[in-house]
Design a protein around this ligand. Sequence first.
Ligand code: ATP
Length: 512
Amino acid sequence: MDFKQLVSHCKEYGFIFQSSEVYDGLAAVYDYGPYGVELKNNIKNYWWKSMVSMHQNIVGLDAAIFMHPKTWKASGHVDAFNDPLVDNKDSNKRYRADQLVEGYCDKIEAKIKKDVEKARKKFGDSFDEEQFRTTNGRIVDRQKRIDDVMTQLGEHMRNEDMAGLKNLIVELEIACPESGSREWTDVRQFNLMFSTQLGNIAGEEGKLYLRPETAQGIFVNFLNVQKTTRQKIPFGIAQIGKAFRNEIVARQFIFRMREFEQMEMQFFIPPGTEMEWYKYWKETRMNWHAALGTPASKLRFHDHDNLAHYANAAADIEFEFPFGFKELEGIHSRTDFDLSSHQELSGKKLQYFDPERNENYVPYVVETSIGCDRMFLALVSQALQEETVPDAEGKESTRIVMKIHPALAPVKVAVLPLLKNKEALTKAAKDVFDQLKLKFNCQYDEKDAIGRRYRRQDAIGTPYCVTIDFDTLEDNTVTIRDRDSLKQERVAIDQLTSIISEKIDISQVLAS
Ligand code: ATP
C-alpha cells in the first residue's frame, strides 16, 4: 500500500484528521480520531510499562509544558536550536538547506540501490552485495561522492557556516523540486521554538516558550524526584508529553509535525560510565521495537558523526518508512551538559552524593527519546496491507487489513449478531458484549452483511470478531474469527475472555 493510500485510510477509518479541517486545515498539525487515540494510548502504555513498571529504578514525571524562560537559555535552545533555512526566489518555497543537500545524496543512493538490485537479479544466489559495493567502479565513485558531500555538510553544520551551505547548494546545482529553479536566497538560521507572552509581564521578561522537548522538565526536577523517591544512581526519570517545534518544512504526514508527543527517559549515571549505559540503552530500545514483531530488516542504527552541542555519543534507531529509512528514536549520551548548565544559570546545586564513591558530582545522562506519532506511523505503515483472501462464498476478494500487534490494536474484539432485527440474536449478542466490555475495548455492530462487517474490523485492525448465530441460542457457543489467519472456531461463550486475553496481553511482549 502506498503512502497516499495510508494517509487516506487513516482519515477514512477515524485514525487521524487534519487539524481544523473545516478551515482547510493547519499545516503539520493533526488530530487523532476515535481509533487513533486508542492506538496512541496503547503505544504510550507499552512504552510506560516497559520503562517505568518494569524498572524499579525508573520513575515517572508529568512536568508542565511552560517552563521558566531561563530553562531554554541554559539548555542551549535559545542560541542553538536552529535549522538552516533557504528560500527559492522563483517558487518562494522554503526549504531546510541541510535537507536539500541530503536529498541530493539520497538520489545518488537510489541509483546505487538500483544497480545493486540489477546485479542481484543477474547473479542470483551467488551475489555478494558487500563485494559488489566495494569493487564496482561506478558504485565506488558514487559512494565517494556521497561521503564527500556529507562530510562537507557536516562541517558547515558544525561550524554554523551558512555561507558555506549556500555555496554547497550552488556547487551541487541543486534545483527547487517545485520550480526547477536554481535561484536561492542566502541561507539563514531559523529558531524552531514557538514563543508566547505571559499576560501580566510585558516585553522580553514575559516571553515564554512552548517546550521543544520534554527532557528539560526532567532535568530541572532531577533532585526533587531523586530525594522524594530515595533513588540511588543509576536511576531514570520517564515522561510522556507534548513538544512543539516550528518546523520549516513539515511534510510527510505525522512524521514531522509542529505539535507532537515525545516519550523520553533520562538515565542518570556516574561520570565515566556513560559509554556502557549508552550501549545498554541502544540494545534495550532496539529490542523494544523487535518485541512487537517489527522485522530486523526494517530497523537499523545510524551512529552520528556530527554531534549536538550537548552530546558525546548519539545514535538514531531508523525505521524504513514508506519514504525511506528515517529517524524514529534517538539515544543520546548527553554528558552533564544540561544539569551543569541549569546549575550555573540558577545558582542552585544539582548534584548527587554518591555513597559508594563517597563524593558529590553532577551526574551524566543517557537519554532515550522517541516520538509517539512517529511510532504510530511506523506501526501503521508496516501493518496496513492489501491482500487477496477467499470471501464468504469462497471466491477471491481483496481486503485491506491492519495487522497491528493485537496488544496495541484499538479495538480488541467486535461482537456481531449474524442478523439484525432478530430480537433473540441481538439480545444474546448484547449479553456477550456486556460481558466482554468489562475486560476489553469492544465494539458492537449489527449493520450490513456479516462479510462487510468483518472487512470494517479488518481495516481498523481488530484481532477478533465474535459472531452470534442461532446455534448460540441453543448451546451458548459462538464463532470467533481470527483477523490474520481468518480461521473461525466454535467456542463456548464462557471461554471467550480467556482466549482473547491470552492473545492481546501486553505482558507477553514485555517479557520477551
Ligand atoms: P529530526 O532530525 O527528524 O528533526 P531530531 O533529531 O530533531 O529529529 P530529536 O530532537 O532527537 O529529533 O527528538 C527525539 C524524537 O522526537 C525523534 O526521534 C522523533 O521521533 C521525535 N520528533 C522530533 N521532531 C518531531 C516532529 N517535528 N514531529 C514528530 N516527531 C518528532
